[in-house]
Design a protein around this ligand. Structure first.
Ligand code: HEM
Length: 117
């Protein structure tokens, strides 16, 4: 498949994730929990799809099919996965939760665009 299709799926995941988390951190609700799960699936589908297409480029550039910046993105994905529990238990809330979510998404985008390590 065209890697740009995987990128679009990845974007669908990003939009769905931030929308679901915005909803969850306003008022915990079932629909947003489902949206959050779908978002994580879309993200991993698009992300792994792109990795499969670009891995030979990564080997040339970083000497690995899974360079460190990509591993760091998986860590961010896991943290996003834990956000449902944080929202349910009200461990973080309101503007602080929004800033953490937007900051993490920005970090994931930075890692993909600049590939710093
Ligand atoms: C399992 C987790 C993830 C994997 C395996 C993954 C993988 C990837 C890969 C392979 C790329 C393409 C990089 C390139 O152009 O060489 C990419 C791009 C990108 N990813 Fe992820 N990613 C993950 C999670 C996330 C998350 C959680 C976000 C944000 C919420 C995110 C945002 C982005 C953005 C904004 C791009 C740039 C797309 C573009 O160039 O237009 N990723 N990701």
């Amino acid at each position: 498949m065209n890697p740009e299709i995987y990128k679009l799926i990845h974007y669908a995941g990003i939009f769905t994730l931030l929308f679901a988390l915005g909803s969850l951190f306003t008022k915990y609700n079932k629909a947003a929990v489902i949206g959050h799960g779908i978002a994580l699936l879309l993200l991993i589908l698009g992300g792994f799809g792109m990795q499969a297409k670009y891995k030979s480029v990564y080997v040339g550039q970083f000497g690995a099919t899974w360079p460190n910046w990509l591993i760091a993105k998986i860590v961010i994905w896991v943290i996003f996965g834990a956000m449902v529990a944080l929202a349910k238990k009200k461990k973080i809330q309101g503007p602080a939760a929004w800033i953490v979510c937007i900051g993490l998404a920005l970090a994931a985008a930075y890692l993909a665009k600049f590939k710093p390590f």
